[in-house]
Design a protein around this ligand. Structure first.
Ligand code: SDX
Length: 384
């Protein structure tokens, strides 16, 4: 019998469907609120750091001093890559988009780790912490090689985000750059059951390993409707070129029913709280490096979009201003989404570990709308 012989509750893309229970955090789309384990994102972005937030997401509370020291030391111990991994990154070089390289490298490291064969819960946890530790090293090296620059020797005294900056840029960040990147990673760390987190959880629900689950997540994040929007949003801002052009260019795109990258959200129907914080940094850093025109153009695009589509709940999301920020720091545009992955790795790991501890294989149904009659097989030489 077709799968849907009982009453079909069909929601395309699982829109509005609650598919898991969590204590990790929530998104209030009407209030424009993002909360990690009870803390508002603005609190954490202003007062915490990425190591603390990563620990909070995975373990359920902010670390005390000993817990922090131990976690920080663990992340530093595990952040190194083996020579063959660097060789793989160099071999791929500029021949692939950095998100494809990231997906390949994470999969490669997992393939070489015997714990991924059939990991128990403790091994899944250890694999997850290792991935949190290694993501900045992998993405840093990808950024260097993609730009034709030498890979940077790891400096283990640096904080998580300063280490990432140093691996990617070959220099230590200024205080502003350090705070900016750390805040961006915090803002990207978790966001409910978004597509890439769902992909991660779905994969681990089959009791596959954490490396395979994160490879699924990276694959999902790559898409322009999800993490891939930040790269395209900056391209759009540069294409508009000046505040004076915004009305004409954006108006035409809306008329042609084109999706404007960096706007709209399945959950937020008001301004994305993360975009508010990233906008402030984008303003500051573009003023610092003489790119105010870029910021004013973005701001005008935002005004045009809100005036035309705000009544449909379409506002800037996390991807609209983040690219401007990363570009001002010096990241290649194609590495913007891998930066998103460096932030989100803690959410992917935290939610996958939480889910698999009370696991239930994800297996939704499909609404069958094919032929209802059973057909007889006809040999090929008798078919029309
Ligand atoms: C992220 O889920 C998460 O939490 C994701 C994320 C995270 O932290 O993990 O927040 C990160 O992925 C942010 C989103 C990045 N993507 C983009 O910026 C791509 C552009 N945005 C759109 O593709 C869209 O807004 C989505 C995909 C993000 C959400 O779309 P929905 O909920 O599926 O809404 P929809 O496509 O059904 O649109 C509803 C209406 C449509 O108009 P009508 O057919 O009703 O007339 O709104 C319109 C859409 O055309 N619309 C847009 C638009 N987004 C929606 N019109 C123009 N530009 C847009 N960006």
């Amino acid at each position: 019998m077709p799968e849907t012989n009982d009453k079909p509750e069909f929601s395309r893309g699982l829109e509005g469907v609650i598919a898991a229970e969590t204590k990790i955090g929530y998104v209030d789309g009407q209030a424009g609120r993002l909360v990690y384990r009870g803390y508002e994102i603005s609190e954490l972005a202003g007062k915490s750091n990425y190591e603390e937030v990563s620990y909070l997401l995975v373990n359920g509370h902010l670390p005390n001093e000993k817990e922090y020291r131990d976690y920080d030391r663990k992340l530093k111990e595990l952040r190194t890559l083996k020579p063959d991994t660097y060789s793989l990154i160099k071999e791929i070089g500029k021949s692939a988009h950095p998100m494809s390289t990231l997906r390949t490298v994470v999969s490669y490291i997992g393939a070489k780790d015997s714990r991924t064969v059939e990991p128990n819960l403790d091994e899944q946890h250890d694999l997850g912490i290792e991935l949190i530790a290694k993501m900045p090293t992998i993405v840093g090296a990808i950024n260097r090689v993609y730009r034709g620059e030498e890979i940077v020797k790891p400096d283990h005294d640096l904080t998580y985000s300063d280490f990432f900056f140093h691996q990617a840029m070959g220099r230590k960040p200024s205080d502003v750059e350090s705070k900016m990147l750390d805040t961006a990673l915090i803002l990207h760390a978790d966001h409910g059951m978004n597509a890439s987190t769902f992909a991660c959880m779905l994969t681990i629900s089959t009791l596959s390993d954490m490396y395979s689950a994160v490879t699924s997540a990276i694959s999902a994040l790559k898409g322009p409707l999800h993490g891939g929007a930040n790269e395209r949003a900056l391209a759009l801002i540069e294409k508009v070129g000046s505040p004076e052009n915004a009305d004409k260019v954006i108006g035409k795109m809306i008329e042609n029913k084109e999706k404007i990258m960096g706007f709209g959200h399945r959950v937020y129907k008001v301004y994305d709280p993360r975009a508010k914080i990233l906008k402030e940094y984008a303003h500051e850093v573009t003023s610092m490096n003489g790119k105010e025109e870029l910021f004013h153009t973005a701001n005008k695009i935002e005004e045009v979009m809100i005036s035309k589509l705000g009544n449909k709940g379409i506002f800037p999301n996390v991807d609209f201003y983040s690219g401007m920020l990363y570009s001002s720091i010096g990241f290649s545009r194609e590495v913007f989404t891998p930066i998103f992955a460096v932030g989100r790795i803690s959410g992917w790991v935290a939610r996958s570990l939480e889910y698999v501890r009370e696991n239930r294989l994800f297996r939704p149904k499909a609404l069958y709308s094919g032929t209802k009659e059973l057909l007889k097989y006809v040999p090929i030489n008798e078919r029309d």
